[in-house]
Design a protein around this ligand. Structure first.
Ligand SMILES: [Zn+2]
Ligand SMILES: [Zn+2]
Length: 302
């Protein structure tokens, strides 16, 4: 595959929209990889949706990351913007594992391009549980890496949950009264737990991992890796027009079975494209995988 090294962003300034202190994790790779400097704007990204559901998230991670980047660019009056967005849940292929996905968007309004990169990780500590007694928590706390990673405590069910669900449906934001976020020490945890237990209508307390980046080193590490991936992509210029951001934008499925050659749903080829012109190249997977194990073949192992 052909690409030109792009140095367009050397010495430029881009604005990073973030509330949750992702600056270092993103700024270092951008400076090292592209010579691009970042400034941050103080925008409360929680107004676009929170992980804990007080404000419901709308749209895809891609749309949200782009929207956040645009907000920062408008606030700072810059032509270059970056923002990231995390999403968490069961792994798409292995439902009993939890996964974290980060999405990072870069916008250049001078070149009129948008470049988005994503990264999926199984190292996520995303989890929740409901218990009656504090002692029941010890295994869960180990799993979510408390106290190096923060947790959130709230009553499993009470009127506050009901009000916050309703308010998000109506698109208005009512500050929740009974939710304790960002807990990183045992004493505070126990205090919040006892309080929530007494006001919980079913006597259970709901504990969740706090997924906000500055309280979650695992997530911050993934954001850093993704920033490196995005910086690499922006250093790749299109071999036809020279625009930065040449990279994978899609896949062609149909990876064949090793024995019977029946095509699976898994990616067989990767589509590289330029964010500006129509130049594209379709190439074999970079990881070198050429076929599917017959164990996972619909024909060999239905
Ligand atoms: Zn091009
Ligand atoms: Zn087969």
């Amino acid at each position: 595959m052909e690409f030109k090294k792009s140095t367009v962003y050397k010495g430029s300034l881009a604005v990073l929209t973030t509330k949750h202190q992702k600056f270092k994790a993103i700024a270092t790779p951008m400076r090292a990889g592209l010579g691009l400097n970042l400034l941050t704007v103080n925008f409360d990204t929680d107004t676009l949706g929170t992980f804990t559901g007080e404000v419901e998230r709308k749209g895809s991670a891609r749309e949200n990351a782009l929207k956040k980047a645009r907000i920062g660019m408008a606030m700072a009056g810059k032509k270059l913007g970056i923002a990231s967005e995390g999403s968490f849940g069961p792994h798409p292929l292995v439902p009993f594992l939890s996964a974290g996905e980060e999405t990072m968007a870069f916008i250049d309004d001078k070149l009129k391009i948008e470049v988005v990169e994503q990264m999926l990780s199984l190292k996520s500590n995303f989890a929740h549980c409901s218990v009656q007694r504090f002692e029941e928590l010890s295994d869960f706390l180990k799993r979510v890496k408390f106290p190096s990673h923060a947790v959130i405590v709230r009553p499993n069910f009470n009127r506050t949950n009901w009000v916050s669900n309703l308010s998000s449906k109506l698109g208005i934001s009512i500050p929740p009264q009974q939710i304790f976020k960002g807990i990183t020490n045992q004493e505070e945890l126990q205090e919040a737990f006892e309080h929530c237990r007494t006001i919980s209508e079913d006597g259970l307390v709901l504990i969740q991992s706090d997924m906000r980046a500055h309280l979650n080193p695992t997530r911050l590490r993934l954001i850093r890796q993704l920033a490196i991936k995005l910086a690499r992509r922006l250093a790749h210029g299109c071999s036809v027009c020279g625009c930065p951001g040449w990279g994978v934008t899609g896949v062609v499925s149909g990876l064949p079975c090793r024995d019977c050659r029946f095509p699976s749903d898994l990616p067989k080829l990767e589509v590289f494209a330029c964010p500006s012109c129509t130049h594209q190249e379709t190439l074999p997977r970079r990881d070198g995988v050429l076929n599917v194990d017959p164990m996972n073949c619909e024909m060999c192992n239905p």
